[in-house]
Design a protein around this ligand. Structure first.
Ligand SMILES: Nc1ncnc2c1ncn2[C@@H]1O[C@H](COP(=O)(O)OP(=O)(O)O)[C@@H](O)[C@H]1O
Ligand SMILES: [Mg+2]
Length: 250
């Protein structure tokens, strides 16, 4: 398996407070990683550091074989726009634009695909995520679940190599969470690597590998393997995971 991301001795401090110390891990292409840990353990900081949203204090982050930790802001923004997708707890869609316009905007901005292809891709993504029927709606007119699906479509418009999510289901109820995670699992099945932060064991059970963060260090990890199989296997994964989390006092 090819490596998509390699994090080497990553440290991150804010003023004099060290938040991440000596983080090392490697992500293979197609993996789905969930980062867990108590509030304040550095999960979001880790996600922003490895995706170039935050400048790191020391260490290296190799993305698709290239060291992105030394890129200037302009070059880093380009990598983020063209090769990475992001979703957060809230969708951060632009007001006064339709669902469709929000989704195609980063496609036009990146200029990798023709406008026609961007529109086609938007249609396919909206159909796949079940929001095609509300494509023309103003973002104020749709539900939270639909907004988050639109955010996923926007994140995927340029066919990124990796999708990052910081508590992407944090504001959703359990049935919407399940639907959104089904979408993320299917994107992952199609080959996009995924790294999400979550504190929900059911969400984490969708990942192939889990990293447990404590006080800015990786304390442990567990490999669950691909998310597939029948309901019994799914329940078994959740149980295995919750035992592991209990062990860590979560
Ligand atoms: N921009 C910032 N400036 C100063 N301290 C920060 C900043 N962002 C995060 N921190 C600190 O870093 C630590 C980890 O925060 P964070 O990564 O948000 O944790 P988590 O996502 O696990 O809850 C916390 O102590 C937080 O106060
Ligand atoms: Mg956080």
């Amino acid at each position: 398996m090819k490596t998509i991301l390699e994090v080497q001795n990553l440290c991150k401090s804010f003023e004099d407070a060290q938040v991440l110390s000596n983080i090392n891990f490697t992500v293979a292409e197609g993996e789905f990683i969930a980062i867990m840990g108590q509030s304040g353990s550095g999960k979001s900081t880790l996600l922003y550091s490895i995706s170039g949203m935050d400048k790191i204090t020391s260490g290296n982050v190799l993305f698709c074989g290239k060291d992105i930790s030394k890129l200037n802001d302009e070059k880093m923004s380009e990598v983020r726009l063209k090769q990475m997708g992001f979703i957060f707890q809230h969708s951060y869609l632009l007001k006064n634009l339709s669902i469709r316009d929000n989704i195609i905007l980063p496609g036009f901005k990146a200029g990798i695909l023709s406008r026609e292809k961007v529109n086609q891709n938007a249609d396919e993504l909206m159909k796949k995520t079940g929001i095609f029927g509300v494509a023309g709606y103003d973002i104020k007119k749709v539900s939270g679940g639909q907004l988050q699906r639109a955010a996923i479509c926007r994140a995927l418009i340029n066919h990124p190599d990796i999708l990052f999510g910081d508590e992407p289901t944090g504001a959703l109820n359990s049935s919407t969470t399940r639907e959104v995670m089904d979408i993320i699992n299917s994107i992952n099945e199609e080959g996009t690597s995924v790294i999400i932060v979550t504190h929900d064991a059911k969400v984490a059970a969708r990942a192939s590998r889990l990293i447990y963060l404590m006080d800015g260090n990786i304390r442990d990890e567990i490999i669950l393997g691909r998310y597939e199989g029948n309901e019994d296997i799914k329940l078994f994964r959740e149980k295995k995971l919750s035992e592991w989390l209990t062990k860590h006092g979560f």
